[in-house]
Every structure is written in C-alpha cells, then in structure tokens.
Write a new protein. Structure first.
Length: 156
C-alpha cells in the first residue's frame, strides 16, 4: 500500500523548454510546479478527457454513436477527425445494449458550420415571432393552449 501511495505522489522532471513557452495559467492547469516538476495526478482528480486541439478552419464536436446520428451528420458535411489513420474516439458511457457508448470527434468546415447555424437561428427567430404573436401552429391533437389575446414575453 505504501508503494502505491509513493507512486501516486511522485513527481517527474519536465524539461525547462516545455514550460518556458507556457503561461502561468497553462502551467497551473498542467500541474507544473514552480521548480519545473510536474505532479502526477492522484486518482479521482478532475481531468479534461474530451479537450482537443483546434483545427484551423474547422468546427469540431464530440458525437455519441447513437444509431443513425453519425451518418446523418456525415450527410450534412461533417467528417471524422483522424489521428494516425484511426478515427478519434472516446468511451463516454454505457450504450442501451450494455456495451460501451463511444463518442467520435467530427469536424466540419467553419464556413459551412456558420451557414448552417445562421439557417437554424433564422428558423428559431421565426418560431419565436409566431409565439410572441400567439400564432404558433396549434394542433387540436396536442392540446396547445394559446389565449385569444396572444402571448406576450416581457423582457425586464
């Protein structure tokens, strides 16, 4: 038991060239101490497992491998991020089948992402306008209730 605790608290030397380029915040986040050593993280310490380096000209998203979801995004222009010829993936939980739930890192050209997002925002703005005017399509089956005088959203 003592050996395990010793291993957990060991520090390893970090080359000075590695830390010279880092800001104070980066050094703290990386666990680099003032003397240039790096503390090995203890079990249970928070770690940002899903953080990735930005790829210039692309937006990136982690996408869970739910049936049809990745195919849907690929049809919209998203593509897998690869590293060493392999898709970048991460086990993120348990799938409904009991196996691992895997998230894949996907990317899309930034200009396409902005176009898609602008279209989404436009559709949402139109829907909000209908809600404010009390004219949102009401289906008798769903039982939506809209007062005759409409709905007013008061921003204070």
């Amino acid at each position: 038991m003592n050996d395990i605790r010793t291993q957990q608290t060991q520090q390893r030397q970090v080359a000075p060239a590695d830390t010279r380029q880092m800001t104070e915040v980066q050094r703290t986040a990386a666990g680099v101490l003032a003397d240039g050593t790096q503390r090995v993280r203890s079990f249970g310490a928070p770690v940002l497992r899903m953080q990735t380096a930005k790829i210039d000209g692309y937006e990136q998203r982690w996408v869970n491998d739910h049936p049809g979801r990745i195919e849907q995004l690929k049809a919209q222009g998203w593509e897998h991020v690869t590293k060493g010829g392999q898709k970048v993936e991460q086990v993120v939980g348990t799938a409904p089948t009991g196996g691992p739930l895997i998230a894949y890192l996907l990317k899309i050209k930034e200009e396409w992402y902005k176009e898609d997002f602008a279209a989404f925002e436009s559709a949402e703005a139109a829907k909000m306008q209908e809600i404010r005017a009390g004219k949102l399509h009401v289906s008798p089956e769903t039982g939506h209730y809209v007062p005759q005088q409409g709905i007013k959203i008061d921003r204070r």
